[in-house]
Design a protein around this ligand. Structure first.
Ligand code: SAM
Length: 258
């Protein structure tokens, strides 16, 4: 089994926004941060692994005067972002190799991308160096350690093994951030519990190219999971609705004067 996932975002960039759950509203974490700070100069905001740029585009209305920068490794994802708004700076780079002067940003976020960055400690160090004093870093992601009962992991068990290898546990992220110098590091878990209609979900999992868990697993594991689901949907005696559980994590850290 592969040690970690290899999702080709260039190949699926044109499909990425087709999933309704990928839509973004203005980031409530940024709203809170802006309300807590008075800015002597133009605020500066960076989104690492910004993908197709939807979060920065949604933020434009709440920080109309800010300098907005989106960074991603995938040129294809950035091409989609550029089609939305041209006067945001869209930069192709690795999340651990931030091509900015030290202390250039007030607010840095990374949403659903940290697990993809090979040098995670390096990225956290680069974020700390790139933040201005009194700045904040907010990471948001899935938390596979907290939801091994997610239906994706039940039907596609290889995905759980890959995610557990790719996603650092919360305590590792917190300990690394604190060792680097972040202050008041906080963790918030959001447990989403809902019902999944397997007949509807079957259509979703057949669109393998819209889900990074399904793209990361072997063809054999993917086909086995789909066949199991097809059998259950066809079996008149099998339940058609199952309880599902997803956990999202938000980790925040501030940079204070030393
Ligand atoms: C699941 S998408 C998240 C996109 C966006 N942040 C969102 O919330 O919709 C993950 C993104 O991470 C990017 N990515 C993967 N590895 C990266 C790396 N080493 N450095 C920067 N970005 C990376 C991918 O190209 C992709 O756009």
């Amino acid at each position: 089994m592969r040690a970690h996932s290899s999702v080709d975002y260039d190949a699926i960039a044109h499909l990425y926004d087709s999933q309704p759950y990928r839509g973004k509203v203005a980031d409530p974490e940024l709203v809170t941060f802006m309300a807590q700070r008075a800015f002597a100069e133009r605020p500066s905001i960076l989104d690492i692994a910004c993908g197709t740029g939807s979060q920065l585009v949604a933020n434009c209305s709440i920080v109309p005067n800010a300098r907005l920068v989106g960074l991603d490794r995938s040129f294809g994802m950035l091409r989609q972002a550029r089609l939305k708004v041209r006067d945001i700076a869209w930069i192709q780079a690795d999340g651990a190799m931030l091509p900015f002067q030290p202390e250039s940003f007030d607010f840095i976020t990374c949403q659903f991308g940290f697990h993809h960055v090979p040098d995670k400690a390096g990225m956290l160090r680069a974020v700390f160096q790139t933040l201005r004093c009194d700045g904040r870093f907010v990471m948001r992601n899935l938390c596979p350690q907290e939801n091994p009962d997610w239906l994706y992991y039940d039907y596609f068990q290889e995905a759980l093994a890959i995610d557990l290898a790719d996603f650092w546990p919360p305590e590792t992220i917190v300990a690394t951030m604190e060792a680097i110098g972040f202050a008041t590091v906080t963790v918030e878990l959001e447990h989403l519990r809902f019902e999944q209609d397997l007949r509807v979900w079957l259509d979703t999992v057949r669109r393998r190219d819209t889900n990074s868990q399904l793209m990361a697993i072997s063809d054999r594991a993917y086909e086995a999971g789909v066949h199991r689901l097809e059998r259950e949907v066809a079996d008149r005696a099998a339940p058609k609705v199952r309880a599902d559980h997803l956990c999202l994590i938000t980790i925040r850290g501030n940079k204070k004067d030393r």
